[in-house]
Design a protein around this ligand. Structure first.
Ligand code: ZN
Length: 157
């Protein structure tokens, strides 16, 4: 008789354990961080790949290195990641006037996703951020006159 009494308990335990297994299968996939490496030179260019694909919510490690030799005052480089729909011409013309803030215009704060320090020759800066909303995010160097040639995209899917 005792065996029969335990049978329903075992059945319930089996159901519970199969449920919890199902839950863990549904949990979100942990994404490995992605590294985006950019190098700015004395010819106002980002050397190498400038278009990147990331997944929504993925940790992004962005590293910028100034590989040129010209001084920061004439050939400074940074990376400013902007939200989709930001008018790049407008952003650049306002950034032009933000010398005191390393060309990061406060009036565009709501359009800026992330940015590095303004770098001189031999310097580098790393930033970490993530983007949840899918879309194409442009990035530029906001040093005066550079955004025309120093630009790229981060496509978030
Ligand atoms: Zn630059």
């Amino acid at each position: 008789m005792k065996k029969l009494l335990f049978a329903p308990v075992i059945a319930v335990l089996l159901i519970l354990s199969s449920c919890s297994k199902k839950d863990s299968d549904d949990s979100p996939v942990v994404l490995d961080p992605i590294t985006i490496e950019l190098k700015g030179n004395d010819a106002m260019q980002f050397v190498g790949t400038t278009d990147f694909n990331v997944k929504s919510g993925q940790d992004i490690n962005l590293k910028l290195t100034h590989i040129g030799q010209l001084p920061k005052e004439v050939m400074g480089h940074n990376v400013v990641v902007l939200k989709p729909g930001t008018n790049l011409d407008e952003f650049a013309s306002i950034a032009f006037q933000a010398k005191d803030n390393d060309y990061i215009p406060a009036t565009f704060a709501s359009s800026i996703v992330a940015y590095t320090k303004l770098l001189g020759p031999g310097e580098s800066d790393s930033i970490k951020f993530k983007i949840e909303t899918p879309g194409v995010y442009n990035f530029v160097c906001s040093f005066p006159g550079h955004y025309g040639t120093m630009r790229g995209t981060i496509t978030v899917k």
